[in-house]
Design a protein around this ligand. Structure first.
Ligand code: XUL
Ligand code: CO
Length: 438
């Protein structure tokens, strides 16, 4: 097999003081943290679309990177070259998972029957490549946003025919996910939203989306898919308003339509910030509802109002992310780098630097989050903050059986409310800084 990423060695852990730019400084796969290996805490995944397909084209300019891998693009030979490149890439980095959309792995044909034939062929090839490795599929999905037939939505479309094409793609993508042993299946609703309410029946569209998801669950379970379905919330882009706005909205939707037993959240950092939340907020909301499934690990830009899909370098953010993940007892899914190199970072070497950065950022976040949890200062503070609820009246409130009359009687007996304890935010922020910077 021809080597594609020549001059790039296997990336190894060399510690923080190494001078080697192509080495991990923090990601030490076998290091045990809070009873588990780093590699188990951090099941990293490669996103097929960014890493093997996207080559830098943006609204103002064409490709800057060469992702042809020496084969003519748009051919099945090229699709296979991407598989070769992907597996060499993952092996060199020690990445054990990949995520894909149907049309990331083959060039889409005019006729869906031909696309499906190509998908069968390429997944046979992927399966072959998987043999003898410990690389697996984290999740699969159907791209129901690029093809013009989805211009008015996929599950939310106004065309019953386009709806059937969405159903056909979900069916096929589920079959491929099962074939590749995928742990999850994602719905990201890029076209499931609206530009104007003047032409939109929101209730009708939401019912149709829920129906598509119901059919996906029924079919998936019937062909042996035992993993989790995920909704990946995003408030906007490409649509002005997307129905899966944020975790709270998506969880409410799933409960409304009885889908909450089969679905969890796939939380993406940059989507959280677009929704006006922190990454940590979205993780916390998912976790307290028992729906923290998987993570799209990336980072946005606070100066820009769109999804920049940057590789994560902000250790404060990754620490707070890992704090939530550790508190939730881990993920059933993994950490998919839904991130792309900046357009001028256009060499093969840059692809490796990007993943080394992302993996080290999360490894360091894991180390720091574990330190915060083990020191216990934050937990102790939170426990103390609510300790007035350990009193008789507090217990009564917590039992959910109190009445307004009883509580009013308590307040009236006191007459004046005793001082409420400080929230100590600035002190707690310094606790986090100390863990991060010593
Ligand atoms: C788009 C996005 C998607 C999903 C999968 O913002 O995040 O790539 O992760 O469709
Ligand atoms: Co994503």
């Amino acid at each position: 097999m021809k080597e594609i990423f020549k001059n790039i060695p296997e990336i190894k852990y060399e510690g923080r003081d190494t001078k080697n730019p192509l080495a991990f400084r923090y990601y030490d796969a076998d290091r045990v943290i809070m009873g588990k290996k780093m590699s188990e805490h951090l099941p990293f995944a490669m996103a097929w679309w960014h890493n093997l397909c996207a080559a830098g084209t943006d609204m103002f300019g064409r490709d800057t990177a060469d992702k042809s891998f020496d084969v003519e693009k748009g051919t099945m030979e090229h699709a296979k070259a991407k598989v070769d490149a992907g597996f060499e890439f993952m092996k060199k980095l020690g990445i054990k998972y990949f995520c894909f959309h149907d049309v990331d792995i083959v060039p889409e044909a005019e006729d869906i029957n031909e696309t499906n034939r190509r998908l069968d062929e390429i997944t046979d090839y992927i399966l072959e490549k998987m043999q003898g490795t410990d690389i697996k599929c984290l999740w699969g999905t159907a791209n129901m946003f690029s093809n013009p037939r989805f211009m008015c939505g996929a599950g939310s479309t106004s065309s019953a025919d386009a709806y059937c094409f969405a159903a056909a793609q979900v069916k096929k993508a589920l079959e491929l996910t099962v074939k590749l042993g995928g742990k999850g299946y994602v719905f990201w609703g890029g076209r499931e939203g609206y530009e104007t309410l003047l032409n939109t029946d929101v209730k009708f569209e939401q019912e149709n989306i829920a129906n598509l998801m119901r059919m996906a669950v029924e079919y998936g379970r019937s062909i042996g898919f035992t993993g989790d379905f995920y909704i990946e919330p995003k408030p906007k882009e490409p649509m002005k308003h997307q129905y899966d706005f944020d975790a709270a909205t998506a969880i409410g939707f799933l409960r409304q339509y009885g889908l909450d037993k089969d679905f969890k959240m796939n939380i993406e950092a940059n989507h959280a910030t677009l929704a006006g939340h922190t990454f940590q907020h979205e993780l916390r909301i998912s976790a307290i509802n028992g729906m923290l499934g998987s993570i799209d690990a990336n980072q946005g830009d606070y100066l820009l109002g769109w999804d920049t899909d940057e590789f994560p370098y902000d250790v404060y953010e990754s620490t707070m992310c890992m704090y939530e993940v550790l508190k939730a007892g881990g993920l059933t899914g993994g950490f998919n780098f839904d991130a792309k190199n900046r357009r001028p970072s256009n060499t093969y070497e840059d692809m490796f630097h990007a993943y080394i950065l992302g993996m080290d950022t999360f490894a360091l976040g894991l180390i720091k989050a574990a330190e915060l949890i083990e020191k216990g200062e934050l937990d102790a503070f939170v426990e103390k903050k609510y300790s007035s609820f350990n009193s008789e009246i507090g217990q009564k409130i917590r039992s959910g059986k109190s009445t307004l009359c009883e509580l009013a009687a308590h307040a009236e007996k006191l007459g004046v409310c005793p001082p409420v304890q400080s929230g100590r935010q600035e002190y707690l922020e310094s606790v986090v800084n100390r863990a991060l910077f010593g």
